[in-house]
Design a protein around this ligand. Structure first.
Ligand SMILES: C[S@@+](CC[C@H](N)C(=O)[O-])C[C@H]1O[C@@H](n2cnc3c(N)ncnc32)[C@H](O)[C@@H]1O
Length: 335
């Protein structure tokens, strides 16, 4: 996918609809973790998942010498973020780029940035995407079965639901949704779509509810929650993009630079944990008698495991419940 030209945030459109309510997750912890790397004059923060710019604005507010490169593949998110950044008076320090975050090396190249001081990934969907039924992410209201973060992307949730085999659907639901009844739901989808293809979220949500044994419907939230999460991850290739982007982000970090990643899913967290642990490990071959500096770690871990939000944060913002943050600092360039 090519990356269109970056833009500076323009002043907000007065005819736009009311701002979505947005509560950035783990805000204090993330600003604390990235703060030391953002404090220098001309430091560059890449927010790889700009969303509504909640974290980015807090860091711009706190560090007057900081520049922001904000990536998001969702044009609505970029427009909303641009309006918020402009309203806060930071437009001249921000460059917003329409890109999938695994395009980061290309984006930095085009901006002439050899290295950056901080990178943030706050994975998953934004409140804006979840709360607008027309985006098709939500099982709560009816909308088109879409779920694309980038509305120009070639494959929607309807494409997945209407074309994948029962076995492929079951795999997606089991692996990405950790759905116990994946095969039953997949079989029901294949049976029902033969009558008429799925076009809207509500019909799918009802089908999932009916496919699940009645006794289990009362536990674990809405019965369609796991299916919708799994389809969203598949449609947007969320794990593939993370697997490609995180090593590239670490490569782009200056010595002393910091990365923080907020995940909402155990498979995302595992990718982050393994990638950061690999960078923090000495790779001297075991047959050598002494550790050699060129095989030494390039990262220092800043978090102890995946840190969860406090009970108070989860009580105030239930969407934060499954969030975990991991962070690391680059200690030296790789040999
Ligand atoms: C959880 S929200 C970020 C919220 C943001 N930190 C804030 O405080 O407003 C995630 C955002 O990242 C975007 N996103 C997710 N995966 C992406 C990817 N692979 N490339 C670019 N943007 C992505 C989504 O479109 C969404 O707007």
């Amino acid at each position: 996918m090519s990356t269109p030209e970056p833009t500076r945030p323009a002043p907000p459109d007065s005819a736009a609809r009311p701002r979505p309510v947005h509560v950035p997750v783990l805000l204090d912890r993330v600003t604390g973790l990235l703060g030391p790397a953002c404090a220098g004059e001309g430091a560059v923060l890449v927010d790889a998942t700009l969303g509504l710019a909640g974290h980015a604005l807090a860091l711009l507010d706190a560090h007057p010498g900081l520049r922001l490169v904000g990536l998001d593949r969702d044009p609505q998110a970029r427009a909303e973020a641009a309006a918020r950044i402009a309203a806060a008076g930071h437009a001249d320090r921000a460059t917003l780029v329409p890109a999938v975050f695994d395009e980061l090396p290309d984006v930095l190249d085009r901006l002439g940035l050899a290295e950056v001081q901080a990178v943030l990934f706050d994975l998953g969907v934004s409140s804006l995407q979840l709360d607008r039924p027309e985006r098709g992410f939500s099982y709560a209201g009816d909308g088109p079965l879409d779920m694309r973060m980038d509305p120009e992307a070639p494959r929607s949730a309807a494409d997945v639901v209407n074309t994948y085999s029962a076995a492929e659907l079951a795999r997606v639901l089991r692996v990405y949704g950790e759905e116990r009844f994946a095969s039953r739901i997949a079989a029901a989808i294949v049976r029902e779509r033969a009558r008429a293809p799925f076009t809207h979220t509500e019909r799918l949500a009802h089908l999932v509810r009916d496919a699940i044994p009645a006794a289990t419907r009362r536990t674990g939230g809405h019965p369609a929650k796991r299916t919708f999460q799994a389809l969203r991850i598949e449609v947007n290739d969320e794990l593939g993009a993370l697997q490609r982007a995180l090593p590239a982000a670490l490569d782009a970090l200056a010595v002393g630079g910091r990365v923080a990643v907020i995940t909402f899913h155990s498979l995302e967290d595992r990718i982050v944990k393994q990638t950061l642990a690999a960078g923090a490990t000495d790779r001297t071959p075991p047959e050598l008698p002494v550790r050699l500096p060129e095989y030494g770690p390039v990262l220092r871990l800043l978090t102890r495991g995946g840190e969860a939000p406090s009970e108070a944060e989860v009580a105030a913002n239930p969407r934060a419940a499954s969030a975990r943050v991991r962070a690391a600092e680059r200690t030296r360039r790789a040999a």
